[in-house]
Design a protein around this ligand. Structure first.
Ligand code: C5P
Length: 400
């Protein structure tokens, strides 16, 4: 989904330009194509050479040097899926707002046919200046997305509003913008992910080694297609690439069940990837349990609710429900049995132990997706992100 996306990065002359090489790396890591144009003063803060090496492409800073052909600005403007100006100085913002076109970055901006995002960065008094505010508003009226500067320590030594967000935050804004208008826009997707922790006492629990990576990848695959995603996570830290994923944190199976049941009615598509603990201690101790001298210790367990099965009972005709099943043998037979029992539309069956070790925590997965009409597709060893995209494609086709 992100591979091959074309990002045109305009860098103007502010100290925040030092963050741009890291941004280029993050974009390139996703397989995106990046072209960089700089204003002449931006070269004082980061070298074109650095950005050329990281973007794997020549960087242009003026019309008449470095192999630049004067009408390339038109091609660059047509080429890009998204133009990002970061950092955007007060000077560059003012010129963008008022039709001034005295450098290459501006020429490219005026030729661009794609959406444009701007990340202002300047000292706090400049950022608060009424004229700067006016020009920012003028740019917004021209349908440019202006991402507000953050508050924090500034290069001047002062603290206040004017700081450009960190590269990771800019990256997330870019990805979110690229997802806008995708094929799943308007769809609501609900995903659960990770393990659950079932308390034995205040400091101990029963859990499993699920990392939540598969669920995060599923949430991202739908979010990248423009869907609004709710991700109900067990006790793991999941940091999505996009901002259109709302995370609800839970610890236990009962908490996860409550969160899933209340979000389910609104969801068009629900994918249950969580490794929910089947049992929980029936009476968790209020105090830390002392070591017994007897050498043995018994714990009474109660059966946890099966969230997927409950959702299957609530499911309406226009809702799609996908489950995951972890098996060690007879994958297809057991997967089909679970699909029927839990009233799912699809069941993704994966093997607990695969090439390279346990599927929990791995970046890879080997799976078969079984649909309720009995068809199945087996995928070879894929990155969880790739598998998630394929699953989202199948669900998307099913909805057509
Ligand atoms: O029956 P089994 O646990 O193998 O089924 C796996 C599927 O059921 C997964 O989609 C998992 O998220 C879901 N599940 C659940 N609640 C449980 C156990 C499993 O929702 N208590």
């Amino acid at each position: 989904m992100l591979r091959g996306k074309k990002i045109l990065l305009g860098v103007s002359g502010g100290i925040a330009a030092y963050k741009i090489p890291l941004l280029v790396r993050l974009l390139k890591k996703e397989g995106m194509e990046v072209r960089v144009v700089m204003t002449p003063s931006a070269k004082e803060f980061v070298t074109p050479q650095t950005l050329a090496v990281l973007s794997e492409y020549p960087v242009w800073t003026d019309f008449f040097s470095g192999g630049y052909v004067w009408n390339n600005h038109v091609h660059l403007g047509e080429w890009a899926d998204l133009m990002v100006v970061a950092p955007a100085t007060a000077n560059t913002i003012a010129k963008m707002a008022h039709g001034i076109c005295d450098n290459l970055l501006l020429t490219v901006y005026y030729s661009a046919r794609c959406p444009v995002m701007v990340f202002p960065a300047m000292d706090l008094e400049m950022y608060a200046h009424p004229t700067v505010k006016e020009t920012i508003n003028r740019l917004k009226e021209k349908h440019v997305t202006v991402v507000p500067a953050e508050s924090g320590p500034l290069a001047s030594g002062l603290t206040g509003e004017g700081r450009m967000p960190e590269p990771e935050a800019i990256f997330r804004k870019i990805i979110t913008k690229l997802a806008c208008g995708g094929p799943m826009e308007g769809k609501k997707v609900l995903v659960n992910a990770g393990p659950t922790h079932e308390p034995i006492d205040p400091v101990r629990y029963i859990g499993n080694q699920s990392s939540g990576k598969m669920g995060l990848a599923i949430a991202e695959a739908f979010a990248l297609k423009g869907a609004q995603v709710t991700l109900v996570s067990g006790p793991v830290t999941l940091i999505p690439k996009t901002e259109n994923i709302h995370i609800i944190k839970t610890q236990t199976a009962l908490q996860m069940r409550d969160a899933m049941l209340s979000a389910f009615t609104d969801a068009d598509i629900t994918v249950c990837t969580a490794a929910v603990a089947d049992f929980r201690p029936s009476k968790p101790s209020e105090n830390k349990i002392k070591k017994s001298e007897k050498g043995t210790f018994s714990l009474e367990l109660a059966l946890n609710p099966d969230i997927l099965e409950e959702l299957g009972k609530m499911k309406k005709k226009d809702q799609v429900l996908v489950g995951f099943a972890l098996e060690t043998q007879n994958e297809l037979e057991y997967g089909m049995e679970k699909l029927k029992r839990k009233n799912a539309d699809f069941m993704v069956v994966n093997r607990a132990v695969q090439e390279g070790g346990c599927v929990f925590g791995s970046d890879w997965n080997e799976a078969t997706i079984i649909s309720k009409d009995g068809k199945n597709i087996t995928f070879g060893r894929l990155l969880k992100e790739e598998l998630a995209m394929k699953i989202s494609d199948i669900v998307q086709d099913y909805l057509k």
